[in-house]
Design a protein around this ligand. Structure first.
Ligand SMILES: Nc1nc2c(ncn2[C@@H]2O[C@H](COP(=O)(O)OP(=O)(O)OP(=O)(O)O)[C@@H](O)[C@H]2O)c(=O)[nH]1
Ligand SMILES: [Mg+2]
Length: 224
Protein backbone atom coordinates (compact mmCIF):
# COMPACT_ATOMS: atom_id res chain seq x y z
CA UNK A 1 0.00 0.00 0.00
CA UNK A 2 1.19 3.51 -0.76
CA UNK A 3 2.27 5.44 2.32
CA UNK A 4 1.34 9.11 1.69
CA UNK A 5 3.33 10.30 4.71
CA UNK A 6 6.50 8.65 3.39
CA UNK A 7 5.95 9.99 -0.15
CA UNK A 8 5.48 13.46 1.29
CA UNK A 9 8.79 13.23 3.19
CA UNK A 10 10.66 12.12 0.04
CA UNK A 11 9.10 15.01 -1.92
CA UNK A 12 10.09 17.60 0.68
CA UNK A 13 13.66 16.26 0.93
CA UNK A 14 14.03 16.37 -2.87
CA UNK A 15 12.76 19.96 -3.02
CA UNK A 16 15.10 21.08 -0.19
CA UNK A 17 18.10 19.56 -1.95
CA UNK A 18 17.30 20.98 -5.37
CA UNK A 19 16.76 24.44 -3.83
CA UNK A 20 20.14 24.10 -2.07
CA UNK A 21 21.81 22.94 -5.27
CA UNK A 22 20.63 25.98 -7.21
CA UNK A 23 22.05 28.36 -4.53
CA UNK A 24 25.27 26.28 -4.55
CA UNK A 25 25.58 26.61 -8.33
CA UNK A 26 25.16 30.38 -8.00
CA UNK A 27 27.87 30.59 -5.29
CA UNK A 28 30.20 28.44 -7.33
CA UNK A 29 29.84 30.58 -10.44
CA UNK A 30 30.40 33.81 -8.47
CA UNK A 31 33.54 32.46 -6.77
CA UNK A 32 34.98 30.85 -9.92
CA UNK A 33 34.43 33.99 -11.97
CA UNK A 34 36.59 35.83 -9.39
CA UNK A 35 39.31 33.12 -9.42
CA UNK A 36 38.70 32.18 -5.78
CA UNK A 37 39.37 28.60 -4.67
CA UNK A 38 36.74 27.58 -2.13
CA UNK A 39 37.07 24.94 0.59
CA UNK A 40 34.31 23.41 2.68
CA UNK A 41 36.05 22.21 5.87
CA UNK A 42 34.19 19.50 7.75
CA UNK A 43 35.00 17.58 10.94
CA UNK A 44 33.59 16.60 14.29
CA UNK A 45 33.50 19.35 16.96
CA UNK A 46 36.96 20.16 18.26
CA UNK A 47 39.03 18.35 15.61
CA UNK A 48 40.93 21.57 14.94
CA UNK A 49 39.22 23.36 12.01
CA UNK A 50 39.62 26.85 13.47
CA UNK A 51 43.16 26.09 14.64
CA UNK A 52 44.04 25.11 11.06
CA UNK A 53 42.46 28.33 9.75
CA UNK A 54 44.46 30.40 12.25
CA UNK A 55 47.62 28.72 10.96
CA UNK A 56 46.53 29.26 7.33
CA UNK A 57 45.97 32.98 8.06
CA UNK A 58 49.68 33.19 8.91
CA UNK A 59 50.55 31.75 5.49
CA UNK A 60 48.00 33.45 3.21
CA UNK A 61 47.34 36.72 5.13
CA UNK A 62 44.63 38.79 3.40
CA UNK A 63 44.62 36.34 0.46
CA UNK A 64 42.45 34.12 2.69
CA UNK A 65 38.88 34.88 3.80
CA UNK A 66 36.82 32.69 6.12
CA UNK A 67 33.14 32.00 6.58
CA UNK A 68 32.51 30.42 9.97
CA UNK A 69 29.54 28.21 10.74
CA UNK A 70 28.45 27.52 14.30
CA UNK A 71 25.15 26.98 16.05
CA UNK A 72 25.89 29.92 18.34
CA UNK A 73 28.56 32.55 19.09
CA UNK A 74 31.04 34.54 17.00
CA UNK A 75 33.96 32.91 18.78
CA UNK A 76 35.55 31.24 15.76
CA UNK A 77 35.25 34.33 13.52
CA UNK A 78 36.90 36.38 16.28
CA UNK A 79 39.80 33.90 16.48
CA UNK A 80 40.38 33.95 12.74
CA UNK A 81 40.16 37.77 12.55
CA UNK A 82 42.71 37.99 15.33
CA UNK A 83 44.98 35.70 13.30
CA UNK A 84 44.89 38.24 10.46
CA UNK A 85 42.23 37.51 7.90
CA UNK A 86 38.70 38.65 7.18
CA UNK A 87 35.96 36.46 8.61
CA UNK A 88 32.18 36.38 8.69
CA UNK A 89 30.25 34.28 11.22
CA UNK A 90 27.03 32.46 10.36
CA UNK A 91 25.09 31.43 13.48
CA UNK A 92 22.73 28.67 12.34
CA UNK A 93 20.61 28.96 15.50
CA UNK A 94 20.20 25.18 15.74
CA UNK A 95 20.93 23.65 12.36
CA UNK A 96 23.77 21.13 12.39
CA UNK A 97 25.15 22.19 8.97
CA UNK A 98 25.53 25.19 6.68
CA UNK A 99 23.46 25.54 3.53
CA UNK A 100 24.24 27.28 0.26
CA UNK A 101 21.67 30.05 0.71
CA UNK A 102 23.26 31.18 4.01
CA UNK A 103 26.72 31.04 2.43
CA UNK A 104 25.46 33.15 -0.51
CA UNK A 105 24.27 35.82 1.93
CA UNK A 106 27.60 35.67 3.80
CA UNK A 107 29.48 36.24 0.52
CA UNK A 108 27.86 39.70 0.29
CA UNK A 109 30.09 40.74 3.22
CA UNK A 110 33.31 40.25 1.23
CA UNK A 111 34.78 42.15 -1.68
CA UNK A 112 35.31 39.28 -4.09
CA UNK A 113 36.37 41.48 -6.97
CA UNK A 114 39.44 43.31 -5.59
CA UNK A 115 41.82 40.57 -6.79
CA UNK A 116 43.40 40.19 -3.31
CA UNK A 117 41.40 37.17 -2.27
CA UNK A 118 42.54 33.82 -3.69
CA UNK A 119 41.15 31.34 -1.13
CA UNK A 120 37.82 31.23 0.69
CA UNK A 121 37.57 28.67 3.49
CA UNK A 122 34.16 27.79 4.87
CA UNK A 123 34.30 26.16 8.30
CA UNK A 124 31.17 24.05 8.59
CA UNK A 125 29.37 23.28 11.86
CA UNK A 126 31.24 20.56 13.76
CA UNK A 127 29.50 17.35 12.69
CA UNK A 128 30.57 14.28 10.69
CA UNK A 129 27.18 13.54 9.15
CA UNK A 130 24.85 16.44 8.26
CA UNK A 131 27.28 18.83 6.48
CA UNK A 132 28.46 16.19 4.03
CA UNK A 133 25.22 16.17 2.01
CA UNK A 134 25.00 19.93 1.39
CA UNK A 135 26.92 21.43 -1.51
CA UNK A 136 27.83 25.02 -0.63
CA UNK A 137 29.36 25.84 -4.01
CA UNK A 138 32.87 24.81 -2.96
CA UNK A 139 35.63 23.47 -5.19
CA UNK A 140 36.60 20.85 -2.63
CA UNK A 141 35.54 19.36 0.65
CA UNK A 142 38.34 19.00 3.19
CA UNK A 143 37.73 16.43 5.93
CA UNK A 144 39.62 16.70 9.20
CA UNK A 145 40.05 13.72 11.47
CA UNK A 146 41.91 14.32 14.71
CA UNK A 147 43.90 11.57 16.34
CA UNK A 148 42.01 11.46 19.71
CA UNK A 149 38.80 10.61 17.82
CA UNK A 150 40.17 7.17 16.90
CA UNK A 151 41.36 5.56 13.67
CA UNK A 152 38.09 3.65 13.15
CA UNK A 153 35.97 6.68 12.25
CA UNK A 154 36.41 6.76 8.46
CA UNK A 155 34.27 3.72 7.68
CA UNK A 156 31.73 4.73 10.35
CA UNK A 157 31.07 8.04 8.58
CA UNK A 158 31.33 7.10 4.88
CA UNK A 159 29.07 9.89 3.59
CA UNK A 160 31.77 12.41 4.52
CA UNK A 161 34.94 10.44 3.88
CA UNK A 162 33.80 9.23 0.45
CA UNK A 163 33.15 12.82 -0.72
CA UNK A 164 36.26 14.67 0.42
CA UNK A 165 39.06 15.68 -1.95
CA UNK A 166 41.51 16.12 0.95
CA UNK A 167 41.89 14.27 4.26
CA UNK A 168 43.78 16.09 7.00
CA UNK A 169 44.78 13.97 9.98
CA UNK A 170 45.28 16.56 12.71
CA UNK A 171 46.81 16.49 16.20
CA UNK A 172 49.74 14.30 15.15
CA UNK A 173 51.65 15.72 18.15
CA UNK A 174 49.41 13.49 20.32
CA UNK A 175 50.25 10.25 18.45
CA UNK A 176 52.80 9.07 21.07
CA UNK A 177 50.01 9.10 23.70
CA UNK A 178 47.38 7.35 21.56
CA UNK A 179 46.82 4.09 19.70
CA UNK A 180 45.69 5.88 16.50
CA UNK A 181 46.91 3.91 13.47
CA UNK A 182 47.54 6.47 10.69
CA UNK A 183 47.98 3.78 8.02
CA UNK A 184 44.60 2.27 8.87
CA UNK A 185 42.76 5.61 8.65
CA UNK A 186 44.42 6.44 5.32
CA UNK A 187 43.87 2.93 3.90
CA UNK A 188 40.19 2.95 4.88
CA UNK A 189 39.71 6.43 3.41
CA UNK A 190 41.34 5.33 0.14
CA UNK A 191 39.06 2.27 0.05
CA UNK A 192 36.08 4.65 -0.18
CA UNK A 193 37.83 7.36 -2.10
CA UNK A 194 40.93 6.26 -4.07
CA UNK A 195 42.00 9.76 -5.17
CA UNK A 196 41.91 11.45 -1.77
CA UNK A 197 44.97 13.61 -1.02
CA UNK A 198 46.25 13.14 2.55
CA UNK A 199 48.09 15.53 4.87
CA UNK A 200 49.36 14.74 8.35
CA UNK A 201 49.30 17.81 10.52
CA UNK A 202 49.59 19.36 13.91
CA UNK A 203 47.89 22.73 13.90
CA UNK A 204 49.39 23.09 17.41
CA UNK A 205 53.07 22.71 16.44
CA UNK A 206 52.64 23.80 12.81
CA UNK A 207 53.90 20.49 11.41
CA UNK A 208 52.38 19.86 7.97
CA UNK A 209 50.62 23.24 7.75
CA UNK A 210 52.96 24.75 5.17
CA UNK A 211 52.77 21.65 2.97
CA UNK A 212 48.96 21.87 3.01
CA UNK A 213 49.01 25.61 2.23
CA UNK A 214 51.42 25.07 -0.68
CA UNK A 215 49.09 22.41 -2.06
CA UNK A 216 46.16 24.88 -1.88
CA UNK A 217 48.23 27.60 -3.51
CA UNK A 218 49.00 25.19 -6.36
CA UNK A 219 45.31 24.32 -6.69
CA UNK A 220 44.29 27.99 -6.72
CA UNK A 221 46.80 28.73 -9.49
CA UNK A 222 45.69 25.68 -11.49
CA UNK A 223 42.06 26.77 -11.31
CA UNK A 224 42.71 30.30 -12.60
N1 LIG B 1 47.32 18.87 20.75
C1 LIG B 1 46.72 19.49 19.77
N2 LIG B 1 45.63 20.22 20.02
C2 LIG B 1 45.01 20.83 18.97
C3 LIG B 1 45.49 20.75 17.65
N3 LIG B 1 44.65 21.45 16.85
C4 LIG B 1 43.71 21.96 17.65
N4 LIG B 1 43.92 21.59 18.94
C5 LIG B 1 43.13 21.95 20.12
O1 LIG B 1 41.85 21.33 19.99
C6 LIG B 1 40.83 22.15 20.55
C7 LIG B 1 39.74 22.39 19.52
O2 LIG B 1 40.30 23.11 18.42
P1 LIG B 1 39.43 24.02 17.45
O3 LIG B 1 40.35 24.55 16.42
O4 LIG B 1 38.60 24.98 18.22
O5 LIG B 1 38.48 22.90 16.81
P2 LIG B 1 37.23 23.10 15.83
O6 LIG B 1 37.21 21.90 14.94
O7 LIG B 1 37.31 24.41 15.16
O8 LIG B 1 36.00 23.06 16.84
P3 LIG B 1 34.46 23.49 16.56
O9 LIG B 1 34.48 24.73 15.75
O10 LIG B 1 33.89 23.68 17.91
O11 LIG B 1 33.85 22.32 15.83
C8 LIG B 1 41.53 23.44 20.99
O12 LIG B 1 41.80 23.33 22.37
C9 LIG B 1 42.81 23.43 20.19
O13 LIG B 1 43.88 24.13 20.82
C10 LIG B 1 46.67 19.97 17.41
O14 LIG B 1 47.17 19.82 16.29
N5 LIG B 1 47.22 19.36 18.50
MG1 LIG C 1 35.90 25.94 15.05
Amino acid sequence: MKDPRRDNKVDIATRVMSRNDSFAARNHELLRSNDILTLNIISSPGAGKTSLLEAMAGFFGPGLAVIEGDVRTRRDAERVEKAGCKAYQIETGGSCHLDAEAVGKALEHFDLTDGELSILAIENVGNLICPSGYDLGEDMKVGLLSTPEGDDKVLKYPSLFSRIAVLVINKTDLLPMLDFDVDRAVRECRSLNPNVVVFLMSARTGEGVEEFCRFLKGQAELEE
